[in-house]
Design a protein around this ligand. Sequence first.
Ligand code: DHB
Ligand code: FE
Length: 282
Amino acid sequence: MARLIGGVGSSHVPAIGNAIEQGLISDPYWAPFFDGYKPVWNWMEEKKPDVAILVYNDHGLNFFLDTMPTFAIGAAAEYQNADEGWGLKPLDPFQGDPEFSWHIIDSLIHDEFDITMCQEMLVDHGFTVPMSLMWPKQEQRDQVKVIPLCVNVVQYPFPTARRCLKLGEAIGKAVASYDKDLDVVILGTGGLSHQLDGERAGHTNREFDTEFLEKLKDEPEWLLKYSNYELAEIVGPQGVEMIMWLIMRGALGDNIRELSRNYHIPISNTAAGVILFENEAV
Ligand code: DHB
Ligand code: FE
């Protein structure tokens, strides 16, 4: 049976991809951010997951405002990276696991999550930056297959935080019912607080982010008391990306321990967070 061995929440700021590319991990600007990833790198090295389910948002590359699925999942053998203008060097294609994708699709649809299925999917920094962050070297990324799960946090109305948590639970069931001996990690990405444009560009909210991180393990429902419109006020319109972390959290169930956490402001315009959970049941 497939096992969900853990989950990571992580930001996806494009500048991070360039910093990795340029070898700036120990640079004074970057060190307080990348130091937070050392426990994640060690954990990935030790656990060597076979598959990553990467919950992320597309920023107008594969899906645009004319056709915007609320939830979409990749079922491709390979995912091509297309640079959408942040100066990021495109990475090698990422290997998919179509058979596992189809199992998850089947399980989700029968669990009443009518997800859009994509046999082709281009991926942007929302996907590639978390991949580079988890596995900075190409040879590491070559060792893990990936299933992209794309969430609309671009065109209102977004899915509710509650729906995200429930989708996570359904993904947890889907993984547990897959009849293959695989270690799976789930990544919830985007956020934390940030606003990229408008009069309040540069807005972050340390207090709210800190409480979110504090509550994520034992009280993820805490975020559900805010609508996405309220969240846009509190953490910035792009900060609402944080609802994707609830999909990761929902998938893991309640038998988890928090292994590490880091929070750093700012990386580019964003309050950057990372958290690592391990499933105690496996
Ligand atoms: C930045 C943050 C994002 O979430 C994004 O999608 C693009 C840029 C930033 O802080 O620069
Ligand atoms: Fe973003």
